[in-house]
Design a protein around this ligand. Structure first.
Ligand SMILES: NC(=O)c1ccc[n+]([C@@H]2O[C@H](COP(=O)([O-])OP(=O)(O)OC[C@H]3O[C@@H](n4cnc5c(N)ncnc54)[C@H](OP(=O)(O)O)[C@@H]3O)[C@@H](O)[C@H]2O)c1
Length: 275
């Protein structure tokens, strides 16, 4: 399948690590030119060195919660490459809560990072896509569909807002041939996510996932590349879940237990009668 991404200019926010880095790699493998941003210059330099082996890379230190920095970044990418075809709003993390309740500072932090940054990114992208069309892909989360009570209690509602924003802006940008889509990753093993959940929670995440493992960053990168490509030309205003089937059935282990029963020589009817 020809994704038609050769020489397309692709922005990936939070491209220095994790899903963003894997996404940058995947676009370069399709022949695209990329621009990445993050806050820590050291990590960006390291990512630049690794990614430059695959193709053309531009990087800039940007805090996506600062609208001016996001708009300036878009302008610099446009000046550097002359066009801007794809924008991936990926930067983010699940935020923090110091005590029992969120204080104003924490609410502002998570709202700025998860929601406002995506508004800035979409607006910045659209300014430059109005002439030639383009594709915006937002990275939401399974937490936007399934409520997560606990330390990520504002993250999920804000990721739901990102999914609604995706559909809203798809409706506003369509006449200029700009598609807006979204991915909802389940649990993906990035350095940060593995560190933040701990071993016990990791096992419980796996136990609620039909495919019985965490995802790999490149397994989110590929759907993002697809959504941004001409192969997804009839897709807009949609959120694609990429979670290995997490929290989709009440008995995610059914097929494994049935297979094991078969391997033990237990008849299928007696197994089904037992469960
Ligand atoms: N991993 C998962 O299980 C999972 C599941 C569902 C959804 N997601 C979503 O996927 C996205 C990426 O997650 P990840 O696990 O790959 O995270 P990660 O490994 O921590 O990488 C996050 C990237 O975003 C950058 N970033 C963070 N805050 C930023 C800011 N204010 N301005 C600019 N860049 C910023 C980081 O660089 P700096 O720190 O240098 O800024 C880094 O490059 C996030 O939106 C996350 O919510 C992840």
């Amino acid at each position: 399948m020809n994704l038609n991404l050769k020489d397309k200019v692709v922005v990936i926010t939070g491209g220095s690590k994790g899903i963003g880095f894997a996404t940058a790699q995947a676009f370069l493998e399709e022949g695209a030119k990329i621009a990445i941003c993050a806050r820590k210059e050291e990590d960006l330099k390291k990512a630049y060195e690794d990614l430059s082996r695959l193709g053309e890379v531009y990087y800039e230190v940007v805090d996506v919660t600062n609208s001016k920095q996001v708009y300036d970044f878009a302008e610099h990418v446009h000046q550097h490459y002359g066009v801007l075809d794809v924008w991936v709003n990926n930067a983010g993390n699940s935020g923090y809560k110091k005590g029992e309740e969120y204080d104003d500072e924490e609410i502002d932090f998570i709202t700025n990072l998860i929601f406002k940054s995506v508004v800035y990114g979409c607006q910045a992208a659209f300014r430059y896509m109005k002439q030639n069309g383009g594709a915006i892909v937002n990275v939401a989360s399974l937490g936007g569909r399934c409520a997560t009570s606990g330390k990520a209690s504002l993250y999920g509602p804000l990721k739901s807002a990102v999914m609604n924003l995706t559909n809203t802006l798809a409706g506003e940008y369509a006449a200029w041939n700009v598609r807006v889509t979204c991915v909802m990753p389940g649990f993906i093993a990035t350095e940060r996510s593995v560190k933040s959940v701990g071993a016990a929670k990791l096992q419980s995440n796996i136990a609620t996932t039909i495919l019985r493992r965490p995802g790999r960053p490149e397994e989110i990168a590929k759907p993002i590349v697809f959504l941004a490509s001409d192969a997804a030309s009839f897709m807009t205003a949609t959120s694609v879940e990429v979670s290995g089937g997490r929290c989709m059935t009440l008995n995610p282990l059914f097929s494994y237990e049935k297979k094991e029963a078969e391997e033990r020589g237990e008849s299928i009817s007696s197994y089904e009668a037992r469960v």
